[in-house]
Design a protein around this ligand. Structure first.
Ligand code: NDP
Length: 292
């Protein structure tokens, strides 16, 4: 049976270390990192995410601002708010919650965020820095996924890694991070031929597909480490349930270690957002980034 990778516990530990780093920045440099989150509209899932982000930001001792705008906010008003936050020295991180209402061009808004405050790591400048091996703000879920893989495997040098999914939010950045960790990386997607055979090569599988329980145990090399990024809501036995992109029941019998859903990668995302905010605050002040 596979070792269960406890992302909830790891994220809790990480938030504890971030809290200590924030306290030290305050006492030694008079710096309080601050995160501004912008929510446009009433999407219920987005409201929950934003409330959790604000709560956890305050819990680690950072400043938190929530900007809630109505769903019919004109694009130019949102761009004006982003500009205001770009110019506010107390704000070190800006996060515009996605998805945005249809009348707003998300790419335009994300590009308007200063790359130095882009704690989601979606700005093309940060994407370019990541892919050219420069220090940058990296998307939170990929950072959290690689932290969990390193926690269980130690060094990743030379491992065969297969990333299933090539989105800009997860697949591509996680592949870049694994390349930087000296893995031999394959990125699979919906046009990949014989996906089970590709996955069977992997010492490390990162599944970011959005298809409930797609990866089966007999696709895995025995002992492989499985990081399941997927969050899918399904109905089973008349009840709503969250499942990953991997079929946990069959995968845990073959894998060496596996993240559960929920309780695996999910809790890492907000912890890494706080991590990125501390990183952005230190860079803005020219202070070396603390160990976290
Ligand atoms: P996207 O829908 O943007 O991308 C899915 C990727 O999977 C695409 O590259 C697609 O290929 C590929 N794909 C789809 N079907 C198949 C298939 N049958 N075989 C192989 N590849 C396939 O999703 P995201 O990257 O945004 O998210 C992926 C999952 O991660 C979702 O379940 C999402 O909920 C979850 N997620 C979890 C987060 C967390 O906090 N834990 C944060 C973000 C996402 P193609 O490009 O060819 O279409």
């Amino acid at each position: 049976m596979a070792k269960i990778i406890d992302g909830k516990a790891y994220a809790e530990g990480l938030r504890g270390r971030i809290g200590k780093a924030v306290a030290a920045l305050m006492s030694e440099h008079g710096l309080t990192p601050g995160l501004a989150v912008v929510l446009v509209g009433e999407d219920p899932a987005s409201k929950v995410y934003v409330a959790n982000k604000a709560k956890q930001t305050v819990e680690v001792g950072m400043n938190s601002w929530e900007h809630k705008l109505p769903a019919d906010t004109p694009e130019k008003d949102l761009l004006a708010l982003v500009e205001k936050l770009n110019n506010d020295p107390a704000v070190h991180g800006i996060l515009v919650q996605l998805p945005l209402p249809g009348h707003i061009d998300s790419t335009k808004v994300l590009t308007a965020i200063s790359p130095a405050k882009d704690v989601d790591g979606f700005h093309v400048v940060n994407v370019g820095k990541l892919s050219t091996g420069q220090d940058s703000l990296v998307p939170c879920t990929p950072v959290g996924s690689v932290m969990l893989a390193k926690d269980v495997l130690g060094k990743l040098d030379g491992l065969e890694a297969v990333v299933i999914g090539r989105s800009n939010i997860v697949g591509k950045p996680v592949a870049q991070l694994l390349l930087a960790e000296n893995c031999t990386v394959t990125i699979a997607h919906s046009k990949t031929k014989d996906l089970p055979a590709v996955v069977r090569r992997a010492d490390l599988v990162i599944a970011a597909v959005g298809r409930p329980e797609m990866v089966k145990g007999d696709w895995l090399k025995p002992g492989a480490t499985v990081i399941d990024v997927g969050i899918n809501r399904i109905e089973r036995d008349g009840k709503g349930k969250l499942v990953g992109d991997c079929d946990y029941a069959s995968c845990e019998k073959v894998a060496g270690a596996i993240t559960p859903v929920p309780g695996g990668v999910g809790p890492m995302t907000i912890a890494c957002l706080l991590y990125n905010t501390v990183k952005a605050a230190c860079a803005a002040k020219g202070i070396p980034q603390p160990e976290m």
